[in-house]
Design a protein around this ligand. Structure first.
Ligand SMILES: [Zn+2]
Length: 227
């Protein structure tokens, strides 16, 4: 059983102190994670009390690259402007993309990808959707822009791979990191391996850090999966 730690909403306006605390723990346990970057944040919840700012963010990305973390594109602005959908999910949800035209979705994802490449020298074929929601058009756009992995949705990979041939879908059903019992791991393993845990810089507090540290201490070196 493998685990993937996904840190969403990494952006130039995130709270620098909260993110630093997260990074300290990752360093302490020498763990790598998937950092999902929103290059042009326009959504209030992404803006931290002490925003890191563009220059410092650029320097941080260089450090994160050196440390060996992976990167994904996490939308363009993270605004909640799409229409409600249940695609790859049972819940009815809105997002930055679902319900918008192919052209609009293409424009937004391409703009995001270009900022990652030009400003941060990050080339990635991994996409994480804001609000964890996309529609079938988004998948087509992702394929056309050479993305190969989508991390999200709730259905097991073997099932989604039957329907979507060109893009690998890694489901995500849990949020905070936690230590599962051996029997629960056995139950999960055929369906959710890797098991993805998601964090956000804005949610980093004593409780989140404690959960994360418990998990890292227990799972150290063995199962943290690098995408
Ligand atoms: Zn997000």
């Amino acid at each position: 059983m493998k685990y993937l730690i996904r840190m969403d909403d990494v952006n130039p306006l995130m709270d620098k102190y909260k993110f630093k605390k997260f990074l300290e723990l990752m360093d302490k346990y020498d763990t790598k994670c998937l950092l999902a970057i929103t290059p042009n944040p326009k959504s209030k919840e992404l803006i931290g009390e002490n925003p890191i700012g563009k220059d410092e963010f650029k320097e941080l990305i260089k450090i994160l690259k050196k440390k060996g973390h992976s990167f994904a594109l996490h939308g363009y602005t993270h605004e909640n402007i799409g229409k409600k959908t249940r695609f790859l999910d049972v819940r009815l949800r809105t997002s930055e993309f679902a319900g918008l035209s192919y052209e609009e979705q293409y424009k937004r994802i391409k703009l995001g990808k270009e900022i990652l490449e030009k400003e941060y020298e990050i080339e990635t074929d991994i996409f994480v959707a804001p609000h964890n929601t996309i529609d079938k058009t988004t998948l087509k756009v992702l394929e056309d822009l050479n993305f190969r992995v989508f991390v999200g949705g709730i259905y097991p990979t073997f099932l989604t791979n039957l329907f979507f041939k060109n893009i690998k879908i890694i489901p995500q059903i849990f949020w905070r990191p936690r230590v599962f019992s051996k029997s629960f791991e056995l139950l999960l393993k055929p369906f959710y391996n890797p098991c993805v845990f998601v964090l956000h810089p804005q949610d980093i507090n004593d409780f989140t850090l404690k959960n994360l540290e418990n998990f890292l201490r227990y799972k150290k070196d063995k199962v943290i999966w690098k995408i």
